[in-house]
Design a protein around this ligand. Structure first.
Ligand SMILES: Cc1ncc(COP(=O)(O)O)c(C=O)c1O
Length: 372
């Protein structure tokens, strides 16, 4: 179980001790199969991810970026096709489409950091083949079910980017349960962290087999002669991730408890508005988002939080998560992203929740006073 906060950094989500992680890694090395085409650990990881998301199949891959590229390839997307991505996600989301020769279009986001169907619809053309939406900052993207229904009617694929959404529920389904395909990341900063890694989930056996053949297992037959590459997850990454998947439910309830206390503590702060504007726990509980009165205030508060030892994220100039640093931008913006900021929620024993929330709220209040 959880070690004392003296021995673990408070933002470390893995409940595994160093000894347990060492044992997994040495067993992998001793087995002589560090990277492997199949093997029990990879299959186990895939089954657990499929179960978690309620999908028929999962494919273990080496990163969330690979997962996106392989998903688009599995859907047959390439030259002459258009792919719509959200104005906030990650730089490799558009790259995954561009690398395959598709044209990238960027949908503006609302204050929740995600586009709704209203922002996506005007970008649909006869060559649109896929729309990618991202459940960001551990929160469900509002309007996902609506987007999925509109795209289904038009025979356009939906890919849910769930890199930041392990353990999130979206309109009654686990994140990754709405898209034609959905992708995950197990990179170090994610709730399930194996250093690097990722997964793709879906229901269509042929699409899954094609992606396995193209990116994960060259022994799999492909429907015709085609280029293939390597995007396999290593056995070691799967071994490190599996026990974390077992622990995810318990981690998320812990984070949501503290997240709610932080939201309640910040709700009375007049200089900010919570995003979303509610004081009940949301998503996997990993972040508390807020909008400040100006981008300058958000930047100042961001600096103060980082100096105070908190993990915070501010999508200001230079952030690779926003279209401002990509080769393609949205035609217009609906929100000033620079006014958004969020604080990451650490995994702490419940007895420390109230004190942590109160300290953070005081730190934010004090910093905002100074910024006036
Ligand atoms: C929203 C989003 N999509 C995709 C990715 C890519 O995942 P990876 O770093 O595993 O390639 C990330 C990584 O931070 C992300 O935040």
């Amino acid at each position: 179980m959880r070690q004392s906060t003296q021995t673990l950094p408070i933002y470390q989500y893995s409940h595994l001790t160093v000894e347990q992680q060492n044992a997994i890694i040495s067993n992998g090395i001793l087995s002589g199969e560090i990277a492997t085409f199949d093997g029990k650990l990879l299959r186990d990881f895939e089954h657990r991810v499929a179960d978690l998301t309620g999908r028929a199949h999962a494919l273990a891959v080496d990163s969330g970026s690979s997962a996106l590229r392989l998903a688009l390839r599995g859907l047959g997307i390439g030259h002459g096709h258009e792919v719509i991505i959200p104005e906030v996600s990650w730089v490799s989301v558009g790259a995954a489409a561009d690398i395959l020769g598709a044209t990238v279009r960027v949908a503006p986001v609302t204050d929740t950091l995600t586009p709704t169907w209203d922002q996506i619809a005007p970008l649909i053309t006869t060559t649109t083949r896929a729309v990618i939406i991202a459940h960001l900052r551990g929160r469900p993207a509002p309007g996902t079910g609506d987007i999925a229904r509109h795209l289904k009617e038009r025979n356009i694929a939906l890919i849910e980017d769930c890199a930041q959404a392990w353990g999130v529920y979206v309109e009654g389904r686990p994140a990754g349960g709405w898209g034609t395909l959905a992708t995950f990341s197990t990179q170090t900063f994610k709730l399930i962290a194996s250093g690097e890694g990722g997964a793709i989930v879906g229901d269509d056996a042929d699409t899954m087999a094609l992606m396995r053949a193209v990116g994960c297992d060259t022994r799999e037959p492909s429907p015709h002669a085609m280029w293939r590459w390597t995007a396999r997850m290593t056995k070691l990454a799967a071994g490190v991730a599996i026990p974390q998947l077992d622990f995810l439910h318990s981690l998320v309830s812990n984070l949501r408890e503290l997240q709610q206390q932080v939201m309640e503590a910040l709700a009375t702060q007049p200089a900010l508005t919570l995003v979303p504007d509610q004081t009940t726990a949301i998503g996997n509980g990993s972040h508390v988002g807020m909008r400040l009165r100006s981008a300058a205030t958000a930047e100042q508060l961001f600096g103060a939080l980082v100096r105070g030892g908190y993990r915070a994220w501010w999508p200001g100039p230079g952030a690779l998560h926003t279209a401002s640093t990509w080769p393609v931008q949205a035609a217009h913006s609906l929100t000033d992203l620079g006014r958004y900021l969020d604080v990451q929620i650490p995994w702490l024993p419940p007895s420390e929740h109230q004190g942590w929330a109160a300290e953070l709220a005081a730190h934010i209040g004090h910093s905002l006073e100074e910024a006036r």
